[in-house]
Design a protein around this ligand. Structure first.
Ligand code: IMP
Ligand code: MG
Length: 178
């Protein structure tokens, strides 16, 4: 399936599954090396990161744990910076090495919110692991330690990412064509 229509938009494959998995393995290798001997807690941001988190975790060779939060940017645009916590953080993260697992960093406002929320709880360390980053759209300064792909500002879906709730279930990543 090279092209796809969802609602009013057409999409074409831009990152094939094999390339995604290659980059996920590379990043997992970096985490395995950097955190050798530690017991990190992965914190995956739902909904979009559920497939990335599943593939990443299965490449992690550390004695690791994973937990989830569910966030949503308010209504349509992320530009307000208003982020609501639909399912909050229950785990005790004090003294833990946290790796935030996010599907895509666009403006960076969601990630800023997560970092502020974590800082109040005194973790030992916090690193960001993002499948995708749109560097041209970043509105805040973020130190993104682990990243599979940098992409242009075009809208994408697949491999967990959605357009209006649809399209999460493709193995490849697609970019809008119109
Ligand atoms: P930010 O707060 O602007 O960085 O927005 C991050 C969130 O916006 C991501 O977690 C996604 O849910 C969503 N998002 C941003 N760009 C895209 C895209 O191209 N496709 C699908 N979702 C996106
Ligand atoms: Mg997301």
């Amino acid at each position: 399936m090279e092209t796809l229509q969802i609602k009013d938009k057409k999409f074409a494959v831009s990152i094939p599954e094999a390339e995604i998995l290659r980059q996920v393995r590379r990043v997992a290798g970096e985490i395995n090396r950097d955190l050798a001997g530690r017991e990190p807690l992965f914190l995956a941001i739902l909904n979009g990161s559920f497939i990335f988190a599943a593939d990443l975790m299965r490449e992690i060779r550390l004695n690791a744990q994973i937990t989830f939060v569910r966030l949503a940017s308010y209504a349509g645009t992320a530009s307000t910076g208003e982020v609501s916590e639909l399912v909050g953080l229950n785990a005790d993260i004090e003294g833990r090495d946290i790796i935030i697992v996010e599907d895509i960093i666009d403006s960076g406002l969601t990630m800023r919110h997560v970092l502020d929320m974590l800082a109040e709880r005194h973790p030992r360390s916090v690193e960001i692991c993002a499948l995708l980053v749109k560097p041209d759209n970043l509105k805040v300064d973020l130190d993104i330690r682990y990243n599979c792909f940098e992409i242009p500002n075009d809208f994408i879906l697949g491999y967990g990412l959605d357009y209006d709730g649809y399209g999460r279930n493709t193995r490849d990543i697609y970019t809008v064509t119109d």
